[in-house]
Design a protein around this ligand. Structure first.
Ligand code: NAD
Length: 496
């Protein structure tokens, strides 16, 4: 028995007007979870109008009022944790252990963080910098934010987009991926139950080219906040340039995982397996390229292979399942074709490299895959695979490690594994990425920013940095002497 996917506009659930029917399918089983009508440009217009109407009152609430509303929102989500975890798990093909242990508690922590952050917008101290004027800084919300999110962590992506925007006093229209809208809608309804006024948060589910485009191009959107692929991010930035719209881009990644010869081999091997297979590798910060210093290389490959052999694929609602399915058969086929191309180009597939058989063939599963012998300039090393695939390559000198780590267009995240404090320091300085982990890979915290360098985009999610991005800085300068003739007027007329 499946439910209907509505849109959430001005606090009301209603079907879309595009006339185009769609379904949300559990990718691990093929079961239809919900059906609905996609949003078209008219739905986007209505959602933007609702957000615009809600802006004046919401932007004038006090930080304390917004903070209290967010705290109630966190409580509502917490009270329904299990339901959120179950829906996110089935909708995405994620193991229930992942959604219970990471997606849902991470989201609740994000809400609680932004409840506090709403009261901590910072700027310069007010002062008489010129001598005769008092200068002060106002940080003002921008207006209506148009947010577009991907399918890999739908609940957390909705949280990362909505929370800083709303905490800073903006209103939002969020377009989740049409593959994964259900938890974004539940999240918005929880906000309504928490007393966040209708119109502050609106959700329209449609395709990128239709609803996404209509939102990005809408003249009443003050800022576009996008998380997704670099290719789409580029198009959005080009389009926003015409209207001089603020753009926030969280794009693809191809994280290097650098293991120096003094590293703890067991810690690094476990980190590589967990860091490459989390969310079936559909994680923009996933470990994708392990560069291992030659003395450790063979042992590392053997240990990673053994650990990957232990990873259990299975039904997503079984707490014993370690890795679920990919988001769709299309995504699985894309991953498979990249692995096949690497094989054809001379790389060695040490393990995996195929869809599993047995009871899993109804879903979009793919085996944990380890590849060696790939050329540094090959597609499997340079391009985002977004699947459970780790490439492992040797290096000789520390200079090589830094050069190889930086040798892709991306710069979202990276890790360095070493017990040498100087190597750790060099890696953290010289690897071009928005996050460099030392002796770990993946953990995130609400207090710290997430965002890219290079083709991974610009702008930060989470942390006070993201709150600031959803505001405009205004300088207010008040003259204090009341004199008609000010000293600087001498540049136009001398003291007359
Ligand atoms: P995608 O770029 O195909 O789609 C992302 C979103 O953009 C979807 O909602 C889609 O409908 C919409 N979209 C597509 N074309 C559009 C257009 N022309 N105009 C407006 N909207 C459009 O990405 P995806 O396949 O959903 O997600 C995977 C990608 O997201 C990967 O590249 C991954 O690295 C990236 N990602 C990045 C981060 C980060 O924080 N940097 C986090 C998660 C995912």
């Amino acid at each position: 028995m499946h439910s209907s996917v509505d849109h959430f506009i001005a606090g009301r659930r209603r079907p879309g007007t595009s006339g185009e029917h769609f379904s949300v399918t559990a990718p691990s089983t093929g079961e239809v979870l919900a059906t609905g009508i996609l949003a078209g440009p008219q739905d986007v217009d209505e959602a933007v109008a609702a957000a615009r109407a809600a802006f004046p009152a919401w932007s004038r609430t006090t930080p304390a009022e917004r903070s209290e509303a967010l705290t109630r929102w966190a409580d509502r989500v917490q009270a329904r944790s299990e339901e959120f975890a179950a829906v996110e798990s089935r909708m995405c093909g994620k193991p229930i252990r992942l959604t219970r242990g990471f997606d849902v508690p991470g989201t609740i922590d994000n809400i609680r963080f932004f409840a506090g952050a709403a009261r901590h917008l910072e700027g310069h101290a007010s002062a008489e910098y010129s001598g005769d004027h008092t200068s002060s800084i106002r940080r003002e919300p921008l207006g209506v934010i148009g947010s577009v999110a991907p399918w890999n962590y739908p609940l957390q992506m909705a949280a990362w987009k909505l929370l800083p925007a709303v905490a800073a006093g903006n209103t939002v229209v969020l377009k989740p991926s049409e593959l994964t809208p259900l938890t974004s809608l539940m999240f918005a309804r929880a906000a309504q139950e928490a007393g966040i006024p209708d119109g502050v948060i609106n959700i329209v589910t449609g395709t990128g080219p239709v609803a996404g485009q209509a939102l990005v191009a809408h003249p009443d959107i003050a800022m576009v906040s996008f998380t997704g692929s670099t290719a789409v991010g580029r198009q959005i930035a080009a389009q926003a340039a015409g209207a001089v719209k603020r753009v926030h881009l969280e794009l693809g990644g191809k994280a290097p995982f650098v293991v120096f010869d003094d590293a703890d081999l067991e810690a690094a091997a476990r980190g590589a397996v967990a860091g490459s297979l989390i969310n079936a590798g559909q994680d923009c910060t996933a470990a994708t390229r392990a560069y291992v210093q030659r003395p450790l290389y063979d042992r590392f490959v053997r240990r990673v292979t053994a650990l990957m052999d232990e990873v259990r694929l299975g039904p997503v609602d079984d707490p014993a399942t370690d890795m679920g399915s990919l988001i769709s058969a299309t995504q699985r086929d894309r991953v498979a074709s990249m692995v096949d191309a690497a094989r054809a180009a001379g790389a060695t597939v040490i393990r995996g490299g195929r869809a599993p058989g047995g009871g899993l063939d109804r879903g979009a599963h793919y085996e944990p895959t380890l590849i060696t012998g790939a050329a540094q300039d090959s597609a499997i090393v340079q391009q985002e695979v977004f699947g459970p695939v780790l490439v492992c390559l040797p290096f000789d000198t520390d200079d090589d490690a830094v050069r190889l780590a930086n040798d892709t267009p991306y710069g979202l995240a990276a890790s360095a594994w070493t017990t040498d404090v100087f190597r750790a320091g060099r890696a953290s300085r010289e690897i071009q990425a928005g996050c460099v982990w030392i002796n770990d890979h993946i953990p995130i915290v609400s207090e710290m920013p997430h965002g890219g360098y290079k083709a991974s985009g610009y702008g930060k999610d989470m942390s006070l940095y993201s709150l600031a991005e959803y505001t405009n800085v205004k300088h207010v300068m008040s003259e204090n002497t009341g004199a008609a003739h000010k000293p600087w007027h001498d540049v136009i007329f001398t003291s007359r």
